[in-house]
Design a protein around this ligand. Sequence first.
Ligand code: SF4
Length: 456
Amino acid sequence: MSKHPQKAADFIANEARTDWHDQSLWVVREKRDKLAKGIAEWEELRELASQIKDHTLSHLDHYLEEFEKNALANGVQVHWAKDAETHNHIVHDILQKQKVRRLVKSKSMLTEECGLNPFLEKQGIEIIDTDLGERIIQLKDEPPSHIVMPAIHLKKEEIGELFHEKLQTEKGATDPQYLTEAARQHLRSHFLQADAALSGVNFAVAETGGVTVCTNEGNADMGIHLAPVQIHCMGLEKVIPRQKDLGVFTRLLARSATGQPITIYTSHHLKPKPGGEMHIVIVDNGRSEQLGREDFRNSLKCIRCGACMNTCPIYRRSGGHSYDYTVPGPIGSILTPGKDLKKYSDLPFASTLCGSCTDVCPVKIDIHQQLYKWRQIIAEEGHLPKAKAREMSMAAKVLSSPKAYRRATKWMRRLMRFLPRPLLYLNRNVWGKQRELPQVPRQTFKDWYKHEGNES
Ligand code: SF4
Protein backbone atom coordinates (compact mmCIF):
# COMPACT_ATOMS: atom_id res chain seq x y z
CA MET A 1 0.00 0.00 0.00
CA SER A 2 1.36 3.40 -0.88
CA LYS A 3 1.62 6.27 1.60
CA HIS A 4 -1.64 8.17 1.23
CA PRO A 5 -3.98 5.18 1.56
CA GLN A 6 -2.04 3.94 4.58
CA LYS A 7 -2.02 7.33 6.31
CA ALA A 8 -5.68 7.85 5.45
CA ALA A 9 -6.45 4.45 6.96
CA ASP A 10 -4.64 5.52 10.15
CA PHE A 11 -6.72 8.72 10.30
CA ILE A 12 -10.01 6.94 9.63
CA ALA A 13 -9.28 4.42 12.38
CA ASN A 14 -10.47 7.11 14.80
CA GLU A 15 -14.04 7.26 13.56
CA ALA A 16 -15.19 10.03 15.90
CA ARG A 17 -12.33 12.29 14.82
CA THR A 18 -12.98 11.59 11.16
CA ASP A 19 -16.67 12.53 11.51
CA TRP A 20 -15.86 15.66 13.42
CA HIS A 21 -13.11 16.70 10.96
CA ASP A 22 -15.43 16.05 8.04
CA GLN A 23 -18.26 18.06 9.58
CA SER A 24 -16.06 20.98 10.70
CA LEU A 25 -14.75 21.47 7.19
CA TRP A 26 -18.19 21.08 5.71
CA VAL A 27 -19.40 23.95 7.94
CA VAL A 28 -16.68 26.13 6.40
CA ARG A 29 -17.74 25.02 2.93
CA GLU A 30 -21.35 25.98 3.71
CA LYS A 31 -20.27 29.38 5.00
CA ARG A 32 -18.36 29.88 1.77
CA ASP A 33 -21.46 29.01 -0.27
CA LYS A 34 -23.62 31.45 1.66
CA LEU A 35 -21.17 34.33 1.23
CA ALA A 36 -20.55 33.53 -2.44
CA LYS A 37 -24.27 33.54 -3.13
CA GLY A 38 -24.48 36.95 -1.47
CA ILE A 39 -22.56 38.48 -4.35
CA ALA A 40 -24.58 38.66 -7.55
CA GLU A 41 -21.47 38.97 -9.71
CA TRP A 42 -19.60 36.06 -8.03
CA GLU A 43 -19.12 34.11 -11.25
CA GLU A 44 -17.95 37.24 -13.10
CA LEU A 45 -15.45 37.86 -10.28
CA ARG A 46 -14.11 34.29 -10.60
CA GLU A 47 -13.78 34.68 -14.34
CA LEU A 48 -12.03 38.02 -13.97
CA ALA A 49 -9.62 36.61 -11.36
CA SER A 50 -8.89 33.65 -13.60
CA GLN A 51 -8.17 35.91 -16.57
CA ILE A 52 -5.94 38.23 -14.55
CA LYS A 53 -3.94 35.23 -13.35
CA ASP A 54 -3.76 33.72 -16.85
CA HIS A 55 -2.53 37.02 -18.22
CA THR A 56 0.03 37.42 -15.41
CA LEU A 57 1.39 33.92 -15.85
CA SER A 58 1.83 34.54 -19.59
CA HIS A 59 3.86 37.68 -18.82
CA LEU A 60 5.41 36.58 -15.56
CA ASP A 61 8.94 37.76 -16.39
CA HIS A 62 7.64 41.23 -17.26
CA TYR A 63 5.55 41.63 -14.07
CA LEU A 64 8.26 40.26 -11.80
CA GLU A 65 10.77 42.73 -13.22
CA GLU A 66 8.29 45.58 -12.87
CA PHE A 67 7.61 44.51 -9.29
CA GLU A 68 11.32 44.40 -8.47
CA LYS A 69 11.99 47.79 -10.08
CA ASN A 70 9.20 49.48 -8.09
CA ALA A 71 10.08 47.72 -4.84
CA LEU A 72 13.73 48.83 -5.17
CA ALA A 73 12.57 52.39 -5.85
CA ASN A 74 10.58 52.20 -2.58
CA GLY A 75 13.79 51.37 -0.69
CA VAL A 76 13.02 47.65 -0.34
CA GLN A 77 15.81 45.07 -0.72
CA VAL A 78 14.75 42.38 -3.18
CA HIS A 79 16.30 38.89 -3.24
CA TRP A 80 15.79 36.02 -5.66
CA ALA A 81 15.90 32.38 -4.59
CA LYS A 82 15.98 29.57 -7.11
CA ASP A 83 15.18 26.89 -4.54
CA ALA A 84 14.36 26.22 -0.89
CA GLU A 85 17.99 26.03 0.17
CA THR A 86 18.86 29.40 -1.38
CA HIS A 87 15.76 30.91 0.24
CA ASN A 88 16.79 29.69 3.68
CA HIS A 89 20.35 30.98 3.24
CA ILE A 90 19.11 34.39 2.08
CA VAL A 91 16.88 34.74 5.15
CA HIS A 92 19.70 33.57 7.40
CA ASP A 93 22.15 36.07 5.85
CA ILE A 94 19.71 38.93 6.42
CA LEU A 95 19.29 37.88 10.06
CA GLN A 96 23.01 37.41 10.58
CA LYS A 97 23.90 40.84 9.19
CA GLN A 98 21.44 42.40 11.62
CA LYS A 99 22.58 40.15 14.50
CA VAL A 100 19.03 38.84 14.88
CA ARG A 101 18.60 36.11 17.51
CA ARG A 102 14.79 36.17 17.83
CA LEU A 103 12.42 36.07 14.88
CA VAL A 104 8.61 36.17 14.93
CA LYS A 105 6.88 34.69 11.93
CA SER A 106 3.30 34.89 10.71
CA LYS A 107 1.75 32.09 8.68
CA SER A 108 3.65 31.33 5.49
CA MET A 109 3.16 28.08 3.61
CA LEU A 110 6.22 28.96 1.54
CA THR A 111 8.53 28.89 4.56
CA GLU A 112 6.94 25.54 5.51
CA GLU A 113 7.67 24.32 1.98
CA CYS A 114 11.29 25.47 2.32
CA GLY A 115 11.76 24.04 5.82
CA LEU A 116 12.85 27.44 7.17
CA ASN A 117 12.06 26.79 10.85
CA PRO A 118 14.34 23.77 11.35
CA PHE A 119 17.04 25.43 9.25
CA LEU A 120 17.10 28.60 11.37
CA GLU A 121 16.82 26.68 14.62
CA LYS A 122 19.97 24.78 13.65
CA GLN A 123 21.72 28.14 13.27
CA GLY A 124 20.73 29.04 16.83
CA ILE A 125 17.94 31.47 15.95
CA GLU A 126 14.74 31.37 17.99
CA ILE A 127 11.80 31.34 15.63
CA ILE A 128 8.26 31.75 16.95
CA ASP A 129 5.16 31.20 14.84
CA THR A 130 2.62 33.80 15.88
CA ASP A 131 -0.52 32.66 14.07
CA LEU A 132 -2.51 30.81 16.76
CA GLY A 133 -2.97 27.63 14.71
CA GLU A 134 0.68 27.66 13.63
CA ARG A 135 1.87 28.22 17.20
CA ILE A 136 -0.23 25.27 18.37
CA ILE A 137 1.33 22.91 15.85
CA GLN A 138 4.78 24.37 16.47
CA LEU A 139 4.37 23.58 20.19
CA LYS A 140 3.12 20.14 19.21
CA ASP A 141 6.03 19.68 16.79
CA GLU A 142 3.73 18.77 13.91
CA PRO A 143 3.35 20.10 10.38
CA PRO A 144 0.18 22.02 9.42
CA SER A 145 -2.69 19.88 8.17
CA HIS A 146 -4.49 22.65 6.27
CA ILE A 147 -3.16 25.74 4.51
CA VAL A 148 -5.63 28.16 6.13
CA MET A 149 -6.51 26.33 9.36
CA PRO A 150 -3.24 24.58 10.23
CA ALA A 151 -4.51 22.96 13.44
CA ILE A 152 -7.98 21.95 12.21
CA HIS A 153 -7.18 18.31 12.99
CA LEU A 154 -6.91 19.03 16.73
CA LYS A 155 -9.75 19.19 19.22
CA LYS A 156 -9.92 21.86 21.94
CA GLU A 157 -9.30 19.17 24.59
CA GLU A 158 -5.97 18.32 22.94
CA ILE A 159 -5.05 22.00 22.74
CA GLY A 160 -6.00 22.41 26.42
CA GLU A 161 -3.64 19.58 27.35
CA LEU A 162 -0.86 20.99 25.18
CA PHE A 163 -1.21 24.48 26.66
CA HIS A 164 -1.26 23.05 30.17
CA GLU A 165 2.04 21.32 29.46
CA LYS A 166 3.73 24.14 27.53
CA LEU A 167 2.08 27.34 28.72
CA GLN A 168 1.05 26.23 32.23
CA THR A 169 -2.65 26.87 31.75
CA GLU A 170 -5.10 25.21 34.17
CA LYS A 171 -5.30 21.44 33.90
CA GLY A 172 -8.39 20.32 32.00
CA ALA A 173 -9.18 23.82 30.69
CA THR A 174 -10.83 23.68 27.27
CA ASP A 175 -12.59 27.03 27.01
CA PRO A 176 -11.44 28.49 23.66
CA GLN A 177 -11.52 32.05 24.97
CA TYR A 178 -9.35 31.16 27.97
CA LEU A 179 -6.89 29.22 25.81
CA THR A 180 -6.71 31.99 23.21
CA GLU A 181 -6.04 34.57 25.93
CA ALA A 182 -3.23 32.38 27.27
CA ALA A 183 -1.70 32.17 23.79
CA ARG A 184 -2.10 35.93 23.40
CA GLN A 185 -0.20 36.66 26.62
CA HIS A 186 2.48 34.11 25.74
CA LEU A 187 2.98 35.55 22.26
CA ARG A 188 2.96 39.17 23.46
CA SER A 189 6.34 38.79 25.16
CA HIS A 190 7.81 37.22 22.01
CA PHE A 191 6.54 40.11 19.87
CA LEU A 192 8.16 42.61 22.22
CA GLN A 193 11.52 40.83 22.25
CA ALA A 194 11.77 40.01 18.51
CA ASP A 195 14.59 41.55 16.49
CA ALA A 196 12.93 40.71 13.16
CA ALA A 197 9.54 39.72 11.75
CA LEU A 198 8.82 37.52 8.76
CA SER A 199 5.55 37.08 6.90
CA GLY A 200 4.25 35.38 3.81
CA VAL A 201 2.68 37.33 0.96
CA ASN A 202 -0.82 36.97 -0.42
CA PHE A 203 -0.38 39.38 -3.32
CA ALA A 204 2.57 41.34 -4.71
CA VAL A 205 1.53 44.31 -6.84
CA ALA A 206 3.83 44.91 -9.83
CA GLU A 207 2.53 48.46 -10.36
CA THR A 208 3.52 49.64 -6.86
CA GLY A 209 6.20 47.20 -5.70
CA GLY A 210 4.16 46.64 -2.52
CA VAL A 211 2.98 43.41 -0.90
CA THR A 212 -0.39 42.59 0.67
CA VAL A 213 -0.67 40.29 3.68
CA CYS A 214 -4.07 38.98 4.80
CA THR A 215 -4.53 37.65 8.35
CA ASN A 216 -7.36 37.33 10.83
CA GLU A 217 -5.31 37.81 13.98
CA GLY A 218 -3.21 40.87 13.19
CA ASN A 219 -0.13 38.92 14.19
CA ALA A 220 1.77 39.76 11.00
CA ASP A 221 1.15 43.48 11.59
CA MET A 222 2.12 43.30 15.24
CA GLY A 223 5.43 41.61 14.38
CA ILE A 224 6.24 43.90 11.47
CA HIS A 225 5.43 47.13 13.32
CA LEU A 226 7.46 46.24 16.39
CA ALA A 227 10.61 44.72 14.89
CA PRO A 228 13.20 46.85 13.08
CA VAL A 229 13.71 44.27 10.30
CA GLN A 230 10.83 42.94 8.22
CA ILE A 231 11.08 40.12 5.69
CA HIS A 232 8.37 38.99 3.28
CA CYS A 233 8.83 35.67 1.49
CA MET A 234 6.77 34.98 -1.63
CA GLY A 235 6.49 32.41 -4.38
CA LEU A 236 6.99 34.06 -7.77
CA GLU A 237 3.38 33.33 -8.74
CA LYS A 238 2.09 35.80 -6.13
CA VAL A 239 2.58 38.81 -8.38
CA ILE A 240 -0.46 40.59 -9.85
CA PRO A 241 -0.30 43.48 -12.29
CA ARG A 242 -2.21 46.38 -10.77
CA GLN A 243 -3.34 47.79 -7.44
CA LYS A 244 -6.96 47.71 -8.60
CA ASP A 245 -6.72 43.93 -9.19
CA LEU A 246 -6.48 43.53 -5.43
CA GLY A 247 -10.18 44.32 -5.12
CA VAL A 248 -11.01 41.25 -7.20
CA PHE A 249 -8.79 38.87 -5.24
CA THR A 250 -9.47 40.06 -1.71
CA ARG A 251 -13.25 39.71 -2.29
CA LEU A 252 -12.73 36.15 -3.48
CA LEU A 253 -10.06 35.06 -1.01
CA ALA A 254 -11.78 35.52 2.36
CA ARG A 255 -15.17 34.32 1.13
CA SER A 256 -13.63 31.18 -0.38
CA ALA A 257 -11.31 30.50 2.55
CA THR A 258 -13.42 30.89 5.66
CA GLY A 259 -16.75 32.32 4.51
CA GLN A 260 -15.90 35.85 5.69
CA PRO A 261 -16.59 38.99 3.62
CA ILE A 262 -12.96 40.04 4.13
CA THR A 263 -10.00 39.01 6.26
CA ILE A 264 -9.88 41.06 9.47
CA TYR A 265 -6.49 42.53 8.57
CA THR A 266 -5.60 43.24 4.94
CA SER A 267 -2.29 45.06 5.26
CA HIS A 268 -0.28 46.73 2.52
CA HIS A 269 3.47 47.04 2.96
CA LEU A 270 5.19 49.38 0.56
CA LYS A 271 8.44 50.59 2.09
CA PRO A 272 10.62 50.20 5.18
CA LYS A 273 9.58 52.07 8.29
CA PRO A 274 11.89 54.97 9.28
CA GLY A 275 15.19 53.52 10.47
CA GLY A 276 14.08 49.99 9.55
CA GLU A 277 14.78 47.49 6.80
CA MET A 278 12.33 45.74 4.49
CA HIS A 279 13.30 42.68 2.48
CA ILE A 280 11.31 40.69 -0.08
CA VAL A 281 12.50 37.21 -1.05
CA ILE A 282 11.06 35.93 -4.34
CA VAL A 283 11.22 32.16 -4.57
CA ASP A 284 11.04 29.81 -7.54
CA ASN A 285 11.56 26.32 -6.04
CA GLY A 286 10.05 24.40 -8.96
CA ARG A 287 7.46 27.00 -10.00
CA SER A 288 9.17 27.81 -13.33
CA GLU A 289 9.14 24.13 -14.14
CA GLN A 290 5.42 23.93 -13.37
CA LEU A 291 4.90 26.99 -15.56
CA GLY A 292 6.53 25.07 -18.40
CA ARG A 293 4.12 22.13 -18.05
CA GLU A 294 1.30 23.08 -20.36
CA ASP A 295 -1.24 20.79 -18.70
CA PHE A 296 -0.46 21.98 -15.19
CA ARG A 297 0.69 25.59 -15.52
CA ASN A 298 -2.58 27.06 -14.39
CA SER A 299 -2.21 25.39 -10.99
CA LEU A 300 0.05 28.41 -10.37
CA LYS A 301 -3.08 30.57 -10.35
CA CYS A 302 -3.83 29.24 -6.86
CA ILE A 303 -4.38 31.93 -4.21
CA ARG A 304 -4.19 29.35 -1.37
CA CYS A 305 -7.73 29.83 -0.09
CA GLY A 306 -8.14 26.17 0.90
CA ALA A 307 -11.69 25.90 -0.51
CA CYS A 308 -10.78 22.83 -2.57
CA MET A 309 -9.72 21.08 0.66
CA ASN A 310 -12.85 22.03 2.57
CA THR A 311 -15.07 20.57 -0.11
CA CYS A 312 -13.02 17.48 -1.03
CA PRO A 313 -14.65 14.27 0.31
CA ILE A 314 -11.24 12.59 0.44
CA TYR A 315 -9.44 15.40 2.24
CA ARG A 316 -12.25 15.82 4.77
CA ARG A 317 -12.10 12.13 5.63
CA SER A 318 -8.39 11.49 5.42
CA GLY A 319 -6.92 14.60 7.08
CA GLY A 320 -4.17 16.86 5.79
CA HIS A 321 -1.25 14.85 7.19
CA SER A 322 -2.13 11.89 4.98
CA TYR A 323 -0.83 13.83 1.96
CA ASP A 324 2.65 14.10 3.47
CA TYR A 325 3.32 17.50 1.90
CA THR A 326 2.99 21.16 2.91
CA VAL A 327 0.04 21.80 0.60
CA PRO A 328 -2.42 18.93 0.99
CA GLY A 329 -5.76 18.24 -0.69
CA PRO A 330 -6.65 18.54 -4.35
CA ILE A 331 -4.29 21.41 -5.24
CA GLY A 332 -1.43 19.80 -3.34
CA SER A 333 -2.01 16.60 -5.30
CA ILE A 334 -1.39 18.57 -8.50
CA LEU A 335 1.67 20.44 -7.24
CA THR A 336 3.52 17.54 -5.62
CA PRO A 337 3.90 15.10 -8.54
CA GLY A 338 5.77 17.88 -10.37
CA LYS A 339 8.29 17.88 -7.51
CA ASP A 340 8.86 14.13 -7.47
CA LEU A 341 6.62 12.00 -9.66
CA LYS A 342 7.70 8.70 -8.15
CA LYS A 343 7.46 9.80 -4.53
CA TYR A 344 4.04 11.43 -4.87
CA SER A 345 2.52 9.15 -7.52
CA ASP A 346 -0.25 8.09 -5.11
CA LEU A 347 -1.63 11.60 -4.56
CA PRO A 348 -3.50 12.22 -7.85
CA PHE A 349 -5.44 9.05 -6.97
CA ALA A 350 -6.58 10.57 -3.66
CA SER A 351 -9.64 11.97 -5.37
CA THR A 352 -13.06 10.83 -6.48
CA LEU A 353 -12.75 13.18 -9.49
CA CYS A 354 -16.20 14.50 -8.52
CA GLY A 355 -15.14 18.00 -9.62
CA SER A 356 -16.35 19.77 -6.47
CA CYS A 357 -12.86 21.33 -6.08
CA THR A 358 -13.08 22.82 -9.56
CA ASP A 359 -16.57 24.19 -8.82
CA VAL A 360 -15.45 26.12 -5.73
CA CYS A 361 -12.02 27.30 -6.89
CA PRO A 362 -12.14 31.12 -6.95
CA VAL A 363 -9.61 31.32 -9.79
CA LYS A 364 -11.22 28.57 -11.83
CA ILE A 365 -8.39 26.03 -11.86
CA ASP A 366 -9.56 22.85 -13.59
CA ILE A 367 -8.33 20.84 -10.60
CA HIS A 368 -9.98 17.48 -11.23
CA GLN A 369 -8.96 17.52 -14.89
CA GLN A 370 -5.34 18.03 -13.87
CA LEU A 371 -5.55 15.20 -11.35
CA TYR A 372 -6.86 12.96 -14.11
CA LYS A 373 -4.03 14.09 -16.40
CA TRP A 374 -1.42 13.24 -13.74
CA ARG A 375 -2.96 9.76 -13.43
CA GLN A 376 -2.46 9.20 -17.14
CA ILE A 377 1.16 10.34 -16.96
CA ILE A 378 1.83 8.22 -13.88
CA ALA A 379 0.41 5.14 -15.64
CA GLU A 380 2.29 5.86 -18.89
CA GLU A 381 5.59 6.37 -17.08
CA GLY A 382 5.20 3.12 -15.14
CA HIS A 383 4.75 4.52 -11.63
CA LEU A 384 1.61 2.54 -10.81
CA PRO A 385 2.05 -0.29 -8.30
CA LYS A 386 2.60 -3.48 -10.33
CA ALA A 387 -0.58 -5.24 -9.11
CA LYS A 388 -2.72 -2.20 -9.88
CA ALA A 389 -1.15 -1.84 -13.35
CA ARG A 390 -1.95 -5.52 -14.06
CA GLU A 391 -5.54 -5.17 -12.83
CA MET A 392 -6.07 -1.99 -14.84
CA SER A 393 -4.72 -3.56 -18.01
CA MET A 394 -6.98 -6.59 -17.50
CA ALA A 395 -9.97 -4.32 -16.85
CA ALA A 396 -9.17 -2.32 -20.00
CA LYS A 397 -9.22 -5.51 -22.07
CA VAL A 398 -12.54 -6.65 -20.61
CA LEU A 399 -14.22 -3.26 -20.76
CA SER A 400 -13.16 -2.59 -24.35
CA SER A 401 -14.66 -5.84 -25.69
CA PRO A 402 -18.46 -6.33 -25.36
CA LYS A 403 -18.00 -10.09 -25.78
CA ALA A 404 -15.35 -10.33 -23.06
CA TYR A 405 -17.41 -8.06 -20.80
CA ARG A 406 -20.52 -10.25 -21.18
CA ARG A 407 -18.54 -13.40 -20.42
CA ALA A 408 -16.72 -11.90 -17.46
CA THR A 409 -19.87 -10.54 -15.82
CA LYS A 410 -21.67 -13.85 -16.39
CA TRP A 411 -18.90 -15.77 -14.61
CA MET A 412 -18.42 -13.20 -11.89
CA ARG A 413 -22.15 -13.25 -11.10
CA ARG A 414 -22.00 -17.00 -10.60
CA LEU A 415 -18.72 -16.97 -8.74
CA MET A 416 -19.65 -14.21 -6.33
CA ARG A 417 -22.74 -16.10 -5.20
CA PHE A 418 -20.68 -19.11 -4.15
CA LEU A 419 -17.34 -17.68 -3.10
CA PRO A 420 -16.90 -17.81 0.68
CA ARG A 421 -16.92 -14.39 2.33
CA PRO A 422 -13.26 -14.45 3.55
CA LEU A 423 -12.18 -15.00 -0.03
CA LEU A 424 -14.28 -12.08 -1.31
CA TYR A 425 -13.01 -9.74 1.39
CA LEU A 426 -9.33 -10.57 1.09
CA ASN A 427 -6.80 -7.93 2.06
CA ARG A 428 -6.33 -7.18 -1.63
CA ASN A 429 -9.95 -6.06 -1.89
CA VAL A 430 -9.30 -2.52 -0.62
CA TRP A 431 -12.73 -1.38 -1.79
CA GLY A 432 -14.41 -4.03 0.34
CA LYS A 433 -12.61 -2.90 3.51
CA GLN A 434 -15.15 -0.18 4.25
CA ARG A 435 -18.09 -1.43 2.21
CA GLU A 436 -20.29 -4.40 1.55
CA LEU A 437 -20.33 -5.63 -2.00
CA PRO A 438 -23.83 -5.41 -3.49
CA GLN A 439 -26.03 -8.51 -3.75
CA VAL A 440 -25.44 -10.12 -7.10
CA PRO A 441 -28.64 -10.36 -9.18
CA ARG A 442 -29.44 -13.72 -10.78
CA GLN A 443 -29.64 -12.19 -14.22
CA THR A 444 -28.49 -9.03 -15.92
CA PHE A 445 -30.92 -6.38 -17.07
CA LYS A 446 -30.23 -7.49 -20.64
CA ASP A 447 -31.15 -11.09 -19.83
CA TRP A 448 -34.26 -9.96 -18.00
CA TYR A 449 -35.27 -7.74 -20.91
CA LYS A 450 -34.72 -10.56 -23.40
CA HIS A 451 -37.05 -12.89 -21.51
CA GLU A 452 -39.50 -10.65 -19.66
CA GLY A 453 -39.33 -7.20 -21.22
CA ASN A 454 -40.33 -8.38 -24.67
CA GLU A 455 -43.43 -10.10 -23.33
CA SER A 456 -44.87 -7.02 -21.59
S1 SF4 B 1 -6.73 25.50 -6.02
FE1 SF4 B 1 -8.35 27.04 -5.97
S2 SF4 B 1 -9.69 26.34 -4.32
FE2 SF4 B 1 -7.74 25.25 -4.03
S3 SF4 B 1 -6.56 26.52 -2.62
FE3 SF4 B 1 -6.01 27.16 -4.70
S4 SF4 B 1 -7.36 28.86 -5.17
FE4 SF4 B 1 -8.24 27.82 -3.43
